[in-house]
Design a protein around this ligand. Structure first.
Ligand code: ATP
Ligand code: MG
Length: 342
């Protein structure tokens, strides 16, 4: 079979499942902005259909979707340079997801650690959507024939599943139709941990607000959360191997490195030997300097929701120029009768 040449195209998204936080920013959003305007066509999504895999209050979901859009733009995504969309406004995502539900195997899905983490002990009571989540995610990506997907480290397993789905579809139907997508997991903080527990990732859905720095937090809140962040009693090491077995210390150093665009080694060369009492205020100042302008811009954008809704409608029109033909071709490949004009 000849190798199909796919247009270099980036797709990624976040759920409107609560507050956008520092982990989302350092692990995902910042890289999305960097890939914008490069050799890639870039598409960024607010994945509301993923958010409803766990209960969402309807009014809050709508507000959070608009706020997420404001967060994207305030972080540097430009609705002219990138296509910004709300997932439910582009129906081809859900339509292709059904096809992929029939491609993915139960055994593959049962290995997904995110489902195990989110369903917890009561897996029997989790929604079917939460289990099927990674097949919808594969559809989000492949309905654009996206070649690159910038995400945080926690999404690596889902991207491997996306590759498996593309390969199986191509193999089952003897085509070279879906690209085998490359994950892009880059930066000093690809897995930002909870400020309260160095063994858990920072998450929107963590019930403890003190566990994360929200992109909407003001300067005082940011400083207070960093001051209260869990640490150990030792001074900071001068070299990276001194952070082994010290997850909380490692996390704060990773965050500092990512926010200051330095490597962990460069940071430790400056702060090695300091106590947390001295390092935490440095980190708080840096975080406020980088994040406060984004929070201010988000608040400004949220004052004009009509403009946000307009940006999303325009985004979905542009998106469907890509997704509608790809879905049509998929249906054709799998043997569905095409509609005819009457
Ligand atoms: P939820 O808890 O509802 O799943 P979340 O905080 O995990 O929310 P998502 O919307 O699921 O956020 O993820 C959006 C993007 O942010 C993904 O690319 C994901 O990999 C990345 N991301 C999420 N949490 C972190 C983190 N702690 N560190 C780095 N990247 C992260
Ligand atoms: Mg998540």
């Amino acid at each position: 079979m000849t190798e199909t040449k796919f247009t270099p195209r980036v797709f990624s998204g976040a759920q409107p499942s609560g507050n956008l936080h520092l982990g989302n920013y350092l692990g995902a959003l910042r890289n999305w902005v960097r890939m914008q305007g490069s050799e890639f066509e870039t598409i960024y999504c607010m994945v509301d259909l993923h958010a409803i895999t766990v209960w969402q209050d309807p009014a809050e979901l709508r507000r959070a979707t608009r706020e997420l859009c404001a967060g994207y733009i305030a972080s540097g995504l430009d609705p002219e340079k990138s296509i910004l969309i709300n997932q439910s406004q582009v129906p081809e995502h859900a339509q292709l997801a059904w096809v992929f539900n029939c491609v993915a195997r139960m055994g593959w899905m049962q290995r997904m650690t995110q489902f195990k983490d989110k369903a917890g002990k009561n897996a029997q009571n989790a929604s079917l959507g939460l289990f099927a989540y990674p097949a919808l995610m594969a559809a989000d990506i492949l309905v654009y024939h996206a070649t690159h997907v910038p995400v945080g480290e926690d999404q690596k397993q889902h991207l491997e599943l996306t590759r498996d789905i593309a390969i199986k579809f191509n193999h089952d139907f003897g085509v070279d139709f879906f690209p085998v997508t490359e994950p892009v997991i880059e930066g000093a903080a690809t897995r930002v941990m909870s400020l309260r527990d160095g063994s858990k990732k920072m998450s929107k859905s963590d019930p403890s607000d003190a566990s994360r720095i929200n992109m909407t937090d003001d300067a005082d809140t940011i400083a207070k959360k960093i001051r209260k962040a869990k640490t150990d009693p030792n001074a900071l090491p001068s070299e990276a191997n001194g952070l082994e077995e010290r997850p909380e210390a490692r996390n704060l150093v990773d965050i500092y490195a990512a926010l200051s665009d330095q490597s962990v080694d460069q940071v430790l060369a400056q702060v090695g030997g300091k106590q947390f009492g001295e390092f935490k205020p440095m980190l708080a100042d840096l975080a406020v300097a980088k994040l406060a302008p984004i929070a201010t811009e988000m608040a400004r954008l949220m004052n004009d929701q009509t403009e946000i809704d307009r940006i999303l409608s325009r985004g979905s029109e542009r998106a469907r120029e890509i997704t509608a033909p790809i879905l049509r071709q998929t249906y054709d490949i799998i043997g569905m009768v095409p509609p005819v004009a009457l």
